[in-house]
Design a protein around this ligand. Structure first.
Ligand SMILES: Nc1ncnc2c1ncn2[C@@H]1O[C@H](COP(=O)(O)OP(=O)(O)OP(=O)(O)O)[C@@H](O)[C@H]1O
Ligand SMILES: [Mg+2]
Length: 259
């Protein structure tokens, strides 16, 4: 089992869109996926069609109330489970930050799932700010998937994340953390976007996914219908992109029995 944090401290770069749609496409291929919504905004939760469910977020498990298993709910897709987000997660910034082991609360809470491995992948949809929730995700994850918008400051953002990854490694919270994938999102064919992609490629060669997610109104609309893109527009460009991403992801992380 692998834990993947979908993270970028920058807001609005496609973290949630990628978490929801990659999770749905991987589940569609037969991989067992748990999506954890770590954002108090709970966009991934509503994007899968769930209302906020009081007391169901991972917050309780972070502050030592209840186990992680109690928080997992099934979705209407057979291989996809969810731990929903809720506004109470915002309390973690204060409550968890006070605790001595504040960096590794999530890592500890997820350990039973590592031991029992009921899922092939856990995807963590991180909030944008570099607060306690995101740092806990980085401490808990095997690797990061970083969505990057094809815009001028993309590379700057990426080097900032690399620094944070280095810090998390150095402080001992997660010595093995790596950036496992960089995904270019909201692509529109123009000179700037092409230039940004080739710059990111020259710095992060191997880890950048070949799949580039195009800017698509349908991808932006799907969450308001509570649907992943492969359900909302099965034949569209957004679906094709996230299916291709799922294939690339599975090629990097093969799962027995999933072809
Ligand atoms: N490929 C795309 N084409 C068009 N719109 C997109 C695309 N990807 C995401 N969006 C839209 O852009 C906005 C930001 O995307 P998203 O919520 O996935 O980003 P985020 O990084 O999770 O944001 P936050 O930092 O607030 O959590 C949303 O309105 C989303 O629907
Ligand atoms: Mg988000």
């Amino acid at each position: 089992m692998k834990i993947i944090a979908v993270a970028n401290q920058k807001g609005g770069v496609g973290k949630t869109t990628t978490s929801v749609n990659l999770a749905a496409c991987l589940a569609d291929r037969g991989a067992r996926i748990l999506l954890i919504d770590l954002d108090p905004q709970a966009n991934a939760t509503s994007g899968l069609g769930f209302p906020p469910i009081e007391g169901q977020s991972i917050y309780g498990a972070l502050i030592g109330q209840g186990t992680i298993a109690e928080k997992v709910i099934p979705t209407r897709w057979p291989h996809l489970w969810l731990i929903p987000g809720d506004l109470e997660l915002a309390g973690a910034e204060i409550e968890v930050a006070r605790a001595e082991d504040h960096l590794t609360r999530l890592r500890t809470a997820l350990q039973p799932l590592r031991d029992d491995a009921p899922f092939d992948f856990i995807l963590l949809d991180c909030p944008p700010s570099l607060g306690i929730l995101m740092t806990n995700a980085l401490a808990a994850a095997d690797e990061l998937l970083v969505p990057l918008q094809c815009e001028y400051f993309a590379l700057e953002g990426l080097s900032k994340i690399s620094q944070v990854v280095q810090q998390i490694r150095d402080c001992g919270a997660n010595p093995d953390l790596t950036i496992g994938g960089v995904l270019m999102t909201m692509f529109m064919r123009n000179n700037l976007a092409m230039q940004v992609i080739s710059e990111v490629q020259s710095h992060f060669g191997e880890v950048i996914f070949k799949t580039v997610v195009p800017r698509s109104v349908r991808l932006a609309e799907a969450p308001s219908h509570g649907q992943p893109i492969l359900e909302y527009e099965p034949g569209g460009l957004g679906t094709a992109a996230y299916k291709a991403l799922a294939s690339e992801f599975l090629a990097r992380h093969p799962v027995a029995g999933v072809v």
